[in-house]
Write a protein that binds this ligand. Structure first.
Ligand code: FES
Ligand code: FE2
Length: 325
């Protein structure tokens, strides 16, 4: 699919993170980018609302407008839209009752994990849940990266780059080997690795020595994934989510949420650790060509890439069309 073709209906039906709750102060409106489309988010008395950022009258961006009397008013000729997207008034024609066809397309909005999520005609009732993760949550990012969301998620699922990209941190140059691991699937078919054992020189911000770490990986949705890690013999348990927002086919905004049993290390230190890790990933990610993830051939897999291969197969089965080729 080309960038100009826009998202398929299927891609918009998954929940996508678009903004942090703490980014949204006041009524808005705020312009957003999702799946190659411009959207507008605003706050009505009933909560956050999201529309296509295009006025049905003359195509002006609604995010240039303002929130008046619990409606979003277009900046160009002042048409007003209620929280369902219905046009409620046309100021040039006082007394005119706009027909239902004068509406703007609305998206569904949800809040989860401290982020705002959008979907249109969603496949799932809610954004992905993260079962069994430690309670403390630290938001790392968002990072805007010049590649597709599936490239970002596949990198998050990829273990054989640790010894090279994260040498001395998540991997050891003396031990690049990937132990054999099994890929399993959730009841609804999403790929997961129940156990993956890795030697890590510095597995987390609070670790000061190497440890064998037990990983669990799970694909949550086309552009989101969860990993849980626990050093063998105890110690700090961590879980990370990659929540990727596909801005465009080749541009992605990603949050890494850390859930941790570490109650001592300050947020800023955990965030700085993640900044360092992602700073190591970024140049490689932005160098990959094509930027979209090839899911129907064109790249070589080794036996160490089983999870990546399973992720690509699953994207194919879901008929994901955005950010892949
Ligand atoms: S373009 Fe929005 S009111 Fe005319
Ligand atoms: Fe990495």
């Amino acid at each position: 699919m080309s960038a100009a073709a826009g998202p398929t209906r299927g891609d918009a039906r998954w929940w996508h993170p678009v903004a942090g709750l703490d980014e949204l102060i006041g009524p808005g409106p705020w312009p957003l980018r999702l799946l190659g489309q411009d959207l507008v988010l605003w706050r009505s008395l009933g909560g956050l609302q999201a529309f296509d950022d295009r006025c049905p009258h003359r195509g002006a961006r609604l995010s240039l407008g303002r929130v008046v009397d619990d409606q979003l008013q277009c900046a160009y000729h002042g048409w007003c839209f209620d929280s369902a997207g219905a046009c409620r008034s046309v100021p040039a024609l006082p007394g005119f009752v706009p027909p239902t066809g004068h509406a703007v397309a609305a998206w569904q909005v949800a809040t989860a994990h401290g982020l705002i999520w959008l979907a249109r005609d969603p496949l799932q009732p809610a954004p992905p849940a993260c079962e069994g993760v430690p309670q403390r949550r630290v938001v790392c990012g968002p990072y805007t990266v010049e590649t597709s969301a599936p490239r970002v998620v596949e990198n998050f699922l990829d273990t054989s780059h640790f010894a090279f990209v994260h040498e001395g941190w998540l991997g050891d140059a003396g031990h690049p080997e990937v132990p054999a691991y099994a890929v399993d699937h959730t009841a609804d078919g999403r790929p997961l690795i129940p156990h993956y054992r890795a030697w890590q020189p510095r597995a987390s911000a609070s670790s000061d020595q190497g440890a064998w770490v037990d990983y669990r990986y799970e694909v949550l949705s086309p552009y989101t994934a969860l990993l849980q890690k626990q050093p063998e013999g105890g110690g700090v348990a961590d879980a990370y989510t990659a929540f990727a927002c596909p801005l465009d086919e080749d541009r992605t905004r990603v949050w890494f949420l850390q859930y941790t049993s570490d109650t001592a290390t300050p947020d800023a230190e955990l965030q700085a650790f993640q900044d360092s890790i992602f700073g190591q990933d970024r140049p490689v990610l932005e160098s990959q060509r094509p930027q979209r993830l090839p899911i129907s051939g064109g790249e070589l897999h080794s036996a160490a890439d089983r999870l990546s291969a399973a992720y690509r197969r699953w994207l194919q089965l879901q008929v994901v069309g955005f950010g892949v080729c």
